[in-house]
Design a protein around this ligand. Structure first.
Ligand code: ADP
Length: 401
């Protein structure tokens, strides 16, 4: 590609994160965030590589205006990092839900836009926002190739026994109700990187990736293919998360509706926004830095949240070891996985049966690629920092060539 910078866009309903990445050096040239799009007090923050962060409060009526500001910041005479938009070779868009239509990233055309739109009812909060971002970029950069990189794509290799729910089969046939999984870009990036660090063939390994951030999911990657993952039709299933409840008895929904005199929608909102470690800690915090320091001061509520969180991770590691008939390496990634050593210690305390021994000194490290198991440990445990933007940029380069 002659114009070898890739703009990576991650569009939410009222926010937009961006990074400009050089395709050859893979360096981040600039990055930033637009917040409160369409809401009073909208703000853009922009940081050129090696420079200071600029923050401007300015009205942003919609995503097109936000993207216009992003492009303006990148090409600004004083603070910009490129002379013109011609220096942007392609744009990579994160798209949350690709349903069963997309098992890999694609170059965007009208047909692709239509197919993404058809997945809207599977992710009604996310996909419409992603589409708005794509259309806004297409309007402002009509001749620049754009790629869609899906959160669900990596998990499309799951076998039927892993993705089917125990529901009447026609719900799958009629409505495509099944496990899809999310964070696929991260699970793919981290598992591939782990194989490189281990110096082994990706296709010969059984890897479990624990992506533990505000949203958390875990996946089983066997011989380079995802065979199971913990999030489901939506990101609510699986691990206990920052504010999401993860797995529970579905009958609880009706039970709580009756007890609390709330609608299904209201209870689901509690399950998405007020549950997880936030709910378990009695509303104290969803931030693991707060929880760990409270626990170290002897706070019981923080302790039960951290223990329940880590126990659930360990339980899934057991399930996925069974699913793959073994495991060579377990990777921790994302905000909590990379930084919160206490969660790694608590999780590993259940894994002695895998021959795992943690190297306590190495486990104190944060945010760097490091083995945290001892050299004797039969199954290797590693921290592998994720980089979803770089993964999106690589996919975009591969497609836009
Ligand atoms: P998401 O991208 O899903 O919003 P992140 O991957 O950024 O989430 O993870 C956020 C979580 O990571 C928070 O609970 C936060 O406490 C935790 N975290 C981030 N940085 C640190 C740190 N330096 N030490 C401990 N925990 C951290």
């Amino acid at each position: 590609m002659t114009n070898s910078n890739i703009l990576v866009i991650n569009c939410g309903s009222s926010s937009l994160k961006f990074q400009l990445i050089n395709a050859e050096s893979e360096e981040v040239i600039a990055k930033g965030l637009c917040e409160r799009i369409g809401i009073e007090g909208s703000k853009i923050s922009y940081t050129p590589a090696g420079g200071e962060k600029y923050e401007t409060v300015t009205p942003m009526e919609d995503h097109t205006q936000a993207i216009r500001l992003v492009l303006g910041a990148i090409t600004d005479e004083k603070t910009g990092v490129v002379k013109s938009l011609n220096e942007i070779g392609a744009v990579g868009h994160r798209v949350v839900h690709g349903g069963e239509k997309f098992a890999s990233s694609v170059l965007i055309n009208d047909e692709v836009l239509k197919a993404i739109e058809e997945c809207n009812d599977l992710a009604p909060l996310h996909n419409p926002a992603n589409l708005i971002g794509i259309r806004a970029c297409m309007e402002l950069m009509p001749d620049t190739p754009m790629a869609a990189v899906f959160d669900t794509a990596f998990h499309q290799t799951m076998p039927q026994e892993a993705y089917l729910y125990g529901l009447p089969y026609h719900y799958y046939e009629d409505y495509k109700v099944r496990r899809y999984g999310f964070h696929g870009t991260s699970h793919s990036f981290v598992s591939r990187r782990a194989a490189q660090i281990l110096g082994r063939n990706y296709e010969d390994l059984k890897i479990i990736v624990c992506h533990l951030g505000n949203g958390a999911s875990i996946s089983a990657v066997k011989n380079g293919k995802c065979v199971d993952t913990s999030m489901g039709l939506t990101p609510l299933e699986g691990l206990i998360m920052g504010t999401r409840c993860g797995d529970l008895d579905p009958a609880i929904v009706e039970f709580l509706c009756n007890k609390e005199k709330k609608t299904v929608q209201e209870i689901l909102s509690v399950m998405n926004k007020e549950s997880g470690v936030l709910g378990l800690s009695g509303g104290f915090s969803s931030d693991f830095r707060d929880l760990v320091s409270a626990y170290e001061r002897g706070d019981e509520a923080a302790g039960r949240a951290l223990k329940a969180f880590s126990y659930r991770v360990a339980k899934y590691i057991g399930a996925y070891t069974a699913a793959m008939n073994g495991v060579d390496a377990i990777c921790f990634t994302a905000g909590i996985g990379e930084n919160t050593s206490l969660v790694r210690t608590m999780t590993a305390s259940y894994l002695g049966y895998l021959g795992i021994e943690l190297d306590e000194e190495a486990n104190k490290k944060r945010g760097e690629e490091v083995f945290i198991s001892t050299p004797e440990s039969k199954t290797k445990v590693l921290i592998v920092p994720t980089n979803e933007e770089l993964a999106i940029a690589r996919e975009t380069v591969a497609l836009a060539g």
